[in-house]
Write a protein that binds this ligand. Structure first.
Ligand code: ATP
Ligand code: MG
Ligand code: MG
Ligand code: MG
Length: 473
């Protein structure tokens, strides 16, 4: 089943259950300064959950474009390393605004997966929030799901990969306990069931999250009850397509195979078609193109800086495969062929997207090669396993290497970055700029990719590295 058909099947099923089909909203949240990008289907309904916005319907279904690169949900550094993460993906969702709750949500989910899609039941696993006996009982007694494949999972605070059955949009906003469905791709793939130490592997892949929206977390950290208990679910279209197309990785589905092939055609002769950089490029062309469609342009701060980082990361991966810049913008056409029908705005803006990407590529091409030479020679001279902070800062400041780009290169070679040294170099530069009376560049700003948002930007590099996941490898 092609991804496009699957999208329609989902929307059609929920429409038949009384849900209004609502179009995807922009990647730039309309009136929400607390959020960098739309990271899930519920974002456009946030105010409805909070009870301050009313709609003509109480049930909705969407295929929502999402970006998870920066902010609370950030998968940038997973791309190219896992079978299941993208910076841009489509989330299929059904929503109840004070209408049905846990029982119907679970019943719809089960019916769609096992009756409409006919997924093999014995491959499915379920998690519930540790204290949620109600959800546990609906699965075990209502549905008859075997209890030895249901695990109870708590908050798991602080563990970036571990499952966490209390979902929150961001540091503030609607939240609640959830129940999730996983699919077992088989013993030939490394990984363990949810709730075990091996769950980070790609054998058991989470496909659907059903959130029981019951609270709002305020800026003060208080948990307020929502006016009406509601439901918000999200299922990754690409992960589901992989199952239905009989493949393991999202990158093997129809849409990605087409993009990877187009990228491969632009790579140096002899490039391995399975090279991970091709996946990274295929992933990044989607997030970058759709961000431009939604009005984001490369910049030195805020959302534009996230876009710049993703584009430059893609270009560096292309450089690694011998692609002569500019190449990235040439992938917009194949992307339009894959997604232009579902997203006419993409097709309509093709030229603008190509121009924006090509401009950024030309700009970075001027410094990429020289920066790479400096980095290579620093690595060649390396005594230990840590690239010094001065070099990392020079690459960042003079050659336009965003930190995560340098971290990505370091990770490929099992090296680390000298975080403290980078910070020192940055502070020294800031001091020099201040002394010279130049107030033009605030180096904090460049890091503060959440600077447009209410919740904290990065006060320190350490903080930035936690959020953008730089040094966790
Ligand atoms: P994971 O644990 O695999 O990182 P998640 O728990 O962070 O996923 P949710 O926030 O629960 O994901 O989002 C709901 C659904 O969206 C997931 O069950 C998954 O199918 C899909 N999804 C989440 N993140 C991504 C991603 N980066 N790329 C593709 N699909 C994703
Ligand atoms: Mg995640
Ligand atoms: Mg998860
Ligand atoms: Mg989840």
């Amino acid at each position: 089943m092609k991804s496009a058909e699957l999208r329609q099947k989902f929307l059609g099923y929920f429409a038949s259950q009384g849900h209004e089909i609502v179009p995807s909203s922009s990647l730039v949240p309309g009136n929400d300064p607390s959020l960098l990008f739309t990271n899930s289907g519920m974002v456009q309904f946030k105010d409805v959950f909070l009870g301050v916005d009313k709609r003509a319907y109480q049930r909705a279904t969407t295929a929502q474009r999402c970006v998870r690169a920066g902010g609370k949900h950030n998968d940038l550094e997973n791309v190219g390393y896992t079978a299941r993460h993208h910076t841009f993906f489509e989330m299929l969702g059904n929503f109840s605004f004070g209408d049905y709750f846990k029982e119907d949500a679970i019943r719809f989910c089960w019916q769609f997966l096992t009756e409409i899609l006919k997924l093999p039941k014995e491959r499915l696993w379920v998690t519930v929030y540790a204290e949620d006996d109600e959800a546990f009982n609906i699965w075990s007694e209502g549905i008859g799901f075997p209890t030895d494949r249901i695990s109870r999972i708590g908050d798991n605070k602080g563990a970036p990969y571990a499952s966490d059955n209390f979902w929150q949009m961001g540091d503030t906003g609607p939240c609640g306990p959830c129940t999730e469905v996983f699919y077992d791709h088989g013993a030939h793939i490394w990984g363990g069931p949810p709730g075990t130490p091996e769950e980070d592997g790609d054998r058991f892949i989470e496909i659907w999250n059903l959130v029981f929206m019951q609270f709002e977390r305020t800026k003060e950290g208080e948990m307020r009850r929502l006016p009406k208990p509601s439901v918000d679910t999200g299922m990754g279209l690409e992960r589901l397509a992989a199952i239905l197309q009989g493949v393991h990785s999202n990158y093997e589905i129809d849409l990605f195979q087409a993009l990877i092939k187009s990228a491969h055609d632009l790579a140096a002769v002899g490039t391995d078609p399975n090279n991970a950089s091709l996946k990274v490029i295929a992933d990044h062309i989607r997030s970058c193109s759709f961000l431009v469609v939604d009005g984001v342009l490369p910049a030195n701060e805020g959302r534009g800086y996230v876009l710049r980082r993703i584009i430059r990361r893609a270009i560096r991966h292309g450089y690694k495969l011998g692609m002569q810049a500019p190449f990235f913008y040439k992938l917009v056409q194949p992307l339009v062929e894959q997604m232009g029908e579902a997203y006419p705005e993409l097709a309509k803006m093709q030229t603008q997207v190509e121009q924006a990407l090509e401009k950024e590529e030309r700009r970075f091409a001027e410094t990429l090669e020289q920066g790479m030479k400096i980095l290579e020679s620093a690595i060649a001279d390396l005594a230990g396993d840590t690239i010094d902070g001065e070099t990392v800062f020079k690459l960042y400041d003079t050659y336009g290497f965003p930190l995560d780009l340098t971290a990505d290169i370091a990770r490929e070679r099992n090296l680390k970055l000298d975080e403290a040294g980078f910070e020192l170099a940055m502070n020294a530069q800031r001091e020099r700029a201040r002394a010279a009376g130049k107030f033009g560049t605030d180096y904090n700003d460049k890091l503060a990719i959440d600077s447009e948002t209410d919740f904290h930007g990065y006060d320190t590099l350490a903080e930035a590295s936690v959020v953008i996941g730089l040094f966790s490898a």
